[in-house]
Write a protein that binds this ligand. Structure first.
Ligand code: ADP
Ligand code: ZN
Length: 733
């Protein structure tokens, strides 16, 4: 959407409200200096205290400020102005997440360097016919570097290799020994082509694709849920809508939950559209971030695929947003501004007045409820592409068929692994637990290793340097030989992590090639892509993975998936425990037998009657959704109500308790609003901060933010205490 031409201009001497990219409660007023005319949305630099900071012109000045006090805008930055829609979005997300707009603005301006014109960039080469100049040994080294290496090099690189300061290089340019030349821009943006033919779609696929592409043609807000079993071709189908946006020369944003692991997706995109999309995630270097941000703002980028933060990029002409694996908890950001990128994506699509597609094989109950309310269109793909069969799922009741103590794989699972491996096919074992063992204790005195900063056990890791590690705050220490409390060498690991499972597998099948896939072994896109390649090329026989392997991969020869502990996610007082476990295991099961080879999935469980386990076994997803939906409705939980958590935290437990009980006394009383707490959070100490939680439940028609505002108005700031709201909480820790 483009701003209307009648943009409000602010002339010299007038006051403008500038929202700063800082967590402050309001915008600040500044004066437009002579020779400058500003419009709403302009990026500006302004004085703030003793520094200068970046912000955006948010409108006309609001405050009646003493003329002698108001400060001038320093500079209007050479960047296309922020669109009105994005400004509205910033305010909207701020209000919804109970955060300051400036904190949201900061997310949209995450690369301050991108606000400046890129500095021209020079390369240096030897002057073929140099004048006579004084030769020194540093200068000689510079010349040697250029003679032996690339004939054109950058300043920093030459200086580094010749072991001289950069002034030696510039001195040589002055003396005429070197030539300097403006380098060609290295950041090239390939343009995906929407007119290339896609795969030949099945009738069902084509019908869904037409609807989605049709929405892009029509324009206007349209939200659809693309619901299809794993392998049904959801990606190919939403590519039809992407193609349509590309034909119109407009922009597309695709959000993936775990961009670091999206190598296969990127490859498919490039095959389909002849060029890769631009990526946006936290692993990118500063230069590429700067270039990408700027190119998006200037409308030079057609498609961005990214993690949740990509939602805050300054697209100038967005036509479509896709949220793939929409049910994923990874879309929820839990630190800083707490928001759910899937939900905020729908908001942005609404404000931009464009299409949004939510895709999943296991849609969230929230999204299903939105379909039932008629807000989202439903498009279903009930079949795997090419007639590949859904895997055959069976249970192992660990109470009767379990392994001997200290082992985690039941005899039946081991037997199936053996057969699969002998047939030259691949096995995946799924265990959602990193490290070697989740708990280490002393058999003599019972000492357990606890994190000094958190209410959590330390997890033993043995790969590389053995250590005990906290999975909440990152604290770690070396694994001692003997118990720090009684000094006996009787430390014992309790329970399995992926590393321990590998040990068992290696004993059973010493000859096979194994690989662990967990977030600490697969640290970025390159490592993930490499592993995917090796699995595809059959250089790996067995993969032991945590939840990172559940997502979207397609391995033709993977025919057996063993879920080592199907019960793992089911305990704990988490609202979504059943839903999440179901989704995760269903997705994991979907990895098996995705081509012509039929797949098998074996679930090891101690709770064979559990509804989640039964739903997986019967393959009756609708039944599961129905049961779970009814349970939520009866307990008045989302999506049938609104929830917000309020977390009071601070370094001093007494002060935290004082503030929490003060808030409890001032809690609002309404018939239909339930406020629970304050209770110590399940992880009552994280990173040395004590935490108390309130949980607020209200009917959907109640404005919960408003309620929180009124409630917190009674509270006077107390040192070291932080009160954080989490609207629509996902984590109950
Ligand atoms: P989903 O996202 O629903 O799990 P994908 O889009 O990943 O499904 O498709 C699964 C596999 O089937 C992919 O390898 C994809 O290329 C292939 N596929 C899907 N639709 C077609 C089609 N119409 N023609 C050929 N291959 C297809
Ligand atoms: Zn910790």
């Amino acid at each position: 959407m483009v701003d209307s031409p009648a943009k409000l201009s602010h002339h010299p001497g007038s006051h403008v409200a500038v929202l700063l990219a800082l967590p402050l409660p309001t915008a600040y007023d500044y004066r437009v200096p002579s020779q400058m005319v500003l419009s709403d949305g302009d990026f500006v630099r302004v004085p703030f205290g003793r520094r200068q900071v970046n912000g955006v012109v948010w409108g006309a000045g609001l405050h009646d400020i003493n003329k002698s006090k108001i400060k001038d805008v320093v500079e209007c930055l050479p960047t296309p102005p922020m669109s009105k829609v994005l400004r509205l979005f910033v305010d909207w997300v701020g209000a919804y997440t109970f955060s300051f707009s400036g904190a949201i603005l900061k997310m949209t301006m995450s690369v301050p360097a991108a606000l400046e014109e890129p500095k021209p960039h020079f390369v240096f080469s030897l002057n073929p016919s140099p004048p006579i100049f004084k030769m020194t040994s540093p200068r000689q080294r510079v010349i040697t570097v250029l003679k032996k290496g690339e004939p054109q090099q950058e300043l920093g690189k030459i200086a580094h290799e010749a072991e001289v300061s950069t002034s030696v290089v510039s001195g040589l340019v002055k003396a005429g020994g070197l030539l300097s030349q403006r380098a060609a821009p290295t950041f090239k943006i390939a343009r995906p082509d929407g007119n290339l033919p896609g795969l030949k779609l099945s009738e069902e696929q084509a019908a869904a694709g037409e609807v989605l592409a049709g929405d892009v043609v029509k324009g206007g807000f349209a939200a659809s849920l693309l619901d299809g079993v794993p392998g049904s071709g959801k990606t190919e189908v939403y590519f039809e809508a992407v193609a349509e946006a590309l034909k119109q020369n407009r922009q597309v944003l695709v959000l993936l939950p775990e961009i670091a692991l999206s190598a296969q997706w990127l490859e498919r995109f490039e095959r389909r559209f002849g060029a890769p999309p631009l990526q946006w995630h936290s692993d990118l270097g500063p230069t590429i971030r700067r270039n990408t941000w700027r190119a998006v703002a200037q409308g030079q980028v057609d498609v961005v695929v990214g993690a949740r933060s990509a939602l805050f990029l300054p697209f100038s002409d967005l036509a479509l947003i896709v949220v793939d694996e929409e049910h994923e908890g990874a879309f929820k950001q839990e630190e800083g501004v707490i928001y759910n990128a899937r939900d905020m994506a729908v908001v942005r699509a609404h404000l931009e007045n464009i299409s949004i597609i939510l895709a999943s094989a296991t849609p969230s109950l929230e999204t299903i409820a939105n379909v039932k309310r008629g807000r989202y269109k439903l498009l279903q793909l009930p079949q795997r592409h090419g007639g590949a069969k859904l895997p055959d799922i069976s249970l192992i009741d660990m109470r009767v068929e379990g392994p001997i103590a200290g082992h985690w794989l039941s005899p039946e699972l081991v037997e199936q692994m053996k057969r699969t491996l002998e047939a030259g096919e691949q096995v995946m074992l799924f265990l959602n637990r990193r490290g070697y063992a989740p708990l280490t204790l002393c058999r003599t005195c019972g000492h357990r290793f606890k994190c000094p900063n958190c209410t959590a056990w330390l997890v033993t890791h043995r790969r590389g340097v053995g250590r005990l590690q906290c999975h909440h705050c990152g604290y770690f220490t070396t694994l001692p030989e003997c118990c720090p409390s009684c000094e006996n060498t009787t430390l014992a690991s309790c329970g399995p992590g992926v590393e321990r499972l590998l040990e068992e597998v290696e004993k059973l099948f010493p000859k096979i090639r194994t690989e662990i896939a967990a977030s600490d072994s697969i640290t970025g896109p390159a490592a993930a892509a490499e592993l995917v390649k090796r699995i595809e090329n059959q250089e790996v026989d067995l993969i032991i993975g945590t939840q990172i392997v559940a997502k979207g991969y397609h391995f033709p020869l993977l025919t057996l998936v063993g879920v080592v502990d199907a019960d793992l996610g089911l305990s704990g007082g988490d609202l979504r425990a059943a839903e999440r476990t179901y989704q995760l295991l269903y997705q994991v099961a979907g990895r098996a037998g995705r081509s012509q080879h039929p797949g098998r999935v074996i679930l090891q469980t101690y709770m064979p009657e559990h509804p989640v386990v039964q739903a997986l076994l019967s393959g009756d997803r609708e039944k599961f959704i129905e049961t779970e939906t009814t349970a939520r409705e009866e307990s008045k939980m989302p999506p049938f109500s609104r929830l917000a958590a309020l977390i009071v935290s601070g370094p001093d437990a007494v002060e935290v308790d004082r503030v929490a009980s003060l808030l409890a006394r001032k809690a609002p009383h309404f018939d239909n609003v339930l406020i629970l707490g304050p209770a110590p959070a399940p992880l009552s100490i994280i990173r040395g901060r004590h935490r108390r939680r309130f949980l607020v439940r209200a009917p959907r028609e109640v404005n919960i933010q408003h309620l929180l505002t009124n409630w917190l108005a009674s509270y006077a700031v107390s040192r070291g205490i932080r009160i954080q709201a989490d609207i629509d909480p996902y984590s109950f820790l």
